[in-house]
Design a protein around this ligand. Structure first.
Ligand SMILES: NC(=O)c1ccc[n+]([C@@H]2O[C@H](COP(=O)([O-])OP(=O)(O)OC[C@H]3O[C@@H](n4cnc5c(N)ncnc54)[C@H](O)[C@@H]3O)[C@@H](O)[C@H]2O)c1
Length: 319
């Protein structure tokens, strides 16, 4: 029997959705749930076992466990930690506010994992995800590439959806990336964005939108739309659940898919190992297999430098 194992650490709003989306991939024979609240993990596992009678579901083993269960995991997804409370009418609180507390949690979690494995591919979701990824990557001597954060993949999905809605096309036909921090300094790389192979300038001319794409509005909206979800619903989990699922699939099937994930950058964009941030990366069975230094125009390059500074500031505050 071939075992394929996923461990999810932290099964609150995000982790439970990650579980739903990843189990629907039908790629894992075993899914272990670990949470500091053991009843939460037990309850989630039981709830999901009840769903296994559905005819399209793989008969996976879904159970609550502990760090020893990570020893033979193929993929570990970490969505544990505190999250902020909604503040209706205001922007989402800066993710950096969770920095200190979640940095402490991630140190405990990585200590638990690394007692049992340094082979699994670890995907981090916990915010502030760039800072959390930097700590997990650099303080535990985890093999390079085997650990990365979801970064701006969710922001990139949001960007593609906003651009697609403007031109009234399928978001899957939009190619383009949000770069930098998963946070307020994230920005779209407009200069390399395409819609069905058309540049944005060509799209404005050929796709007959009501008005040319308002790039300033899109830049703001990519960041602010997260606040709308957070304030209206109380948390965000559907988008990030899908992100975790597509990243897991890219690993398990060695898809060599390109996603803007976050990891320490050394040698690109004037960064020499002092921050983790998102840039397009090839994801396959070895995890993050290659960072791709997407060419940026001068304005985008400047925005990236500001974003790196912001991430470094948060990182300093949790040391
Ligand atoms: N990167 C992204 O794009 C993205 C998107 C959405 C949410 N998030 C982040 O995901 C995290 C979780 O959000 P949520 O809404 O699910 O929060 P939540 O409070 O609903 O769930 C957090 C869970 O983590 C558990 N936990 C806390 N510390 C733990 C530890 N040391 N070990 C094991 N389990 C632990 C808690 O018991 C709880 O079940 C937050 O940091 C949030 O900001 C990131």
């Amino acid at each position: 029997m071939i075992q394929t194992k996923l461990a999810i650490i932290g099964v609150g709003h995000v982790g439970s959705q990650v579980l739903t989306d990843c189990s629907h991939l039908n790629l894992f024979s075993d899914i272990v749930l670990i949470d500091s609240n053991e009843d939460t993990a037990r309850g989630e596992a039981l709830d999901h076992r009840h769903a296994l009678a559905a005819s399209y579901r793989t008969h996976s083993k879904i159970y609550a466990g502990d760090y020893a269960d990570c020893a033979d995991a193929d993929v570990i997804i970490i969505s544990a930690g505190v999250s902020e409370k909604p503040r209706p009418g205001e922007d989402m609180p800066p993710r950096a506010l969770m920095g200190k507390e979640n940095a402490n949690e991630i140190r405990k979690i990585m200590a638990g994992i690394t007692q049992h494995t340094k082979d699994a591919i670890i995907i981090l979701i916990t915010n502030p995800v760039d800072t959390i990824t930097y700590i997990a990557e650099n303080e535990f001597d985890y093999p390079k590439g085997k650990i990365f954060g979801t970064g701006t993949t969710l922001d990139t999905f949001r960007y593609r959806q906003i651009v697609a809605a403007h031109y009234q096309v399928d978001p899957k036909n939009v190619s383009g990336y949000i770069m930098g921090e998963h946070g307020s300094t994230a920005f779209p790389a407009f200069s390399s964005t395409t819609v069905g192979a058309l540049t944005l300038t060509q799209s404005d001319a050929l796709l007959d939108p009501a008005a040319p794409l308002d790039r300033e509005f899109v830049t703001q909206e990519v960041v602010h739309t997260a606040s709308d979800v957070f304030n209206w619903k109380g948390w965000t989990n559907s988008g990030i659940g899908e992100v975790a699922a597509v990243l897991s699939r890219a690993v398990m099937l060695d898809e060599k898919s390109i996603f803007p994930v976050t990891a320490t950058v050394d040698g690109f964009y004037n960064c020499h190992g002092e921050a983790a941030f998102s840039m397009p990366c090839i994801i396959g069975r070895n995890g993050l297999e290659k960072q791709i230094p997407l060419p940026l125009d001068d304005e985008e390059y400047e925005k990236l430098q500001l974003s790196i500074k912001d991430i470094q500031f948060t990182l300093q505050s949790v040391r």
